[in-house]
Design a protein around this ligand. Structure first.
Ligand SMILES: [Zn+2]
Length: 446
């Protein structure tokens, strides 16, 4: 038998240990992991020179934009950024133009993506107007649902507890998780309206409106509703100590709840937002330092389940609007996440096992991504090769993403993804994209 590819001289993260081995890959799958002498003959052989081999990262929170927002990012540039960052699967958020919230919008989006993507892409859907369509959307392939509690984006009235409960009941029947942007709409709007009336248009006003209370209020409200259902609720980008505490209480009381935080909420504080300005504006915003400590503790105690970039690209013009209320929130994150995490491995704050758990194993588990998230025979050959010693300075002007800005611009990092394989195909080599558009696959919920 002649297989497609053998990766020789790997130091691979296998079953919680890093072991010297070779990997044989055929038809997109990992066929065999073992000694070089046991490898079958291969069409292509790559000597990895003892570099670290990890399961490709799964980024569960990405805004790939495209369609009506292609000027910010498109499927090609977004997935090129993912590949450059060692990320082999992304889950795409639904707040697009048009909003992904029906069989038709999901089908069209999938069709456009197919021709352009370089990594695997799964899609979130917003809730439809007619809750009966939830099943059809899942059948069409949506991986999960997204619920923005900060404003109504899909068809669901987020002020209505009964409607929320109904939606959660239906998604629990079809076993799809619901990812939640937890900021309470009423609290947020009241504060924002008052600040706007008083001509408060700066960063301090934004921080006042998007207070820590806004997050905890939304988390607690949704958990009260989720408690009456069997839904799996996943809280996105948790940023506060109180928000995290409410989630931990929910976990302890038996609600099916998981959560994520982002590199920017772990590494940056409100002081960085004040220093950098609106380029670093996100929702939820960067927080006071004691929240960072609480999040790090949550990582250490494994109460935070996953990390995700919340890659949310905009144009520079949109980031520099005059009034804070017009500034588009979000940053480019696909190309900085893994290097930032590997730098923490170097400093001893994270282990390789933590990185794999938070960005491969757990996202695969939470979002039901089947044969992904760990390196083992039979799994998809989604692989990232990492040079732990390779240093670089983050340079946002070199991003593959259209959003060439980052609050981490100029940071020195140690640990760089040097090769990314998706379904056994080499997509990124030493920072260059070496595959054709359309090399990635669409992930549908099984
Ligand atoms: Zn987001």
């Amino acid at each position: 038998m002649i297989v497609d590819l053998v990766l020789s001289n790997a130091k691979a993260y296998l079953d919680s240990k890093i072991l010297g081995c070779s990997l044989a890959i055929n038809q997109g799958k990992i066929l065999k992991i073992g000694k070089e002498s046991n490898m079958p003959r291969a069409q292509t052989k790559i000597d990895l020179k003892n570099l670290l081999v990890l399961p490709g990262l799964i980024d569960a929170h990405v805004h790939l934009r495209d369609e009506g927002k292609a000027y910010k990012e498109d499927f090609y540039t977004g997935t090129a950024a993912a590949a450059a960052g060692g990320i082999t699967t992304v889950l795409d958020m639904p707040n697009n133009k048009p909003v992904t919230m029906s069989v038709e919008t999901l089908r069209r989006r999938t069709k456009i993506a197919e021709r352009k993507i370089l990594v695997n892409v799964g899609f979130y859907s917003e809730f439809p107007k007619n809750m009966k369509e939830i099943r059809e959307i899942v059948t069409e392939g949506a991986v999960a649902f997204k619920l923005f509690m900060s404003e109504q984006i899909g068809g669901l009235n987020v002020d209505d507890d009964y409607a929320l409960r109904e939606a959660l009941e239906i998604v629990s029947d079809v076993e799809a998780p619901v990812a939640v942007h937890a900021e309470d709409k009423t609290t947020l709007q009241e504060a924002e309206d008052e600040l706007r009336q008083n001509n408060c248009n700066g960063i301090e006003a934004f921080l006042k409106a998007h207070s820590e209370n806004v997050e905890a209020t939304a988390v607690k409200r949704l958990l009260r509703i989720a408690r009456q259902t069997a839904a799996h609720v996943h809280f996105c980008h948790i940023s506060t100590e109180n928000g995290l505490r409410a989630i931990i209480d929910g976990k302890n009381s038996g609600i099916i709840v998981t959560c994520e935080t982002t590199p920017h909420h772990l590494f940056l504080s409100v002081d960085d937002l004040r220093r950098i300005g609106t380029l670093a504006l996100t929702t939820p915003p960067l927080r006071e330092k004691h929240h960072l400590a609480a999040l790090w503790l949550g990582i250490k105690n494994k109460r935070i389940d996953i990390l995700a970039s919340d890659h949310a690209p905009h144009t520079l013009g949109e980031k520099k609007a005059k009034s804070i209320w017009d500034v588009k929130v979000g940053i480019s994150g696909l190309e900085t996440t893994l290097p930032l995490l590997l730098t923490q491995v170097k400093h001893g704050r994270l282990s390789i096992a933590d990185v794999v758990r938070l960005m491969s194993e757990e996202p695969a588990e939470i979002f039901g991504l089947g044969d992904r998230g760990c390196l083992k025979e039979g799994n998809n050959a989604d692989i990232v090769v990492v040079d732990l010693k390779k240093k670089h300075k983050i340079d946002a002007s070199k991003f593959h993403s259209k959003a060439k800005y980052s609050p981490f611009n100029g940071w020195n990092v140690e640990g760089t993804p040097v090769q990314t394989f998706v379904g056994g195909r080499l997509i990124m080599d030493e920072g260059e994209i070496v595959a054709e558009a359309g090399s990635g696959g669409i992930i549908r919920r099984e």
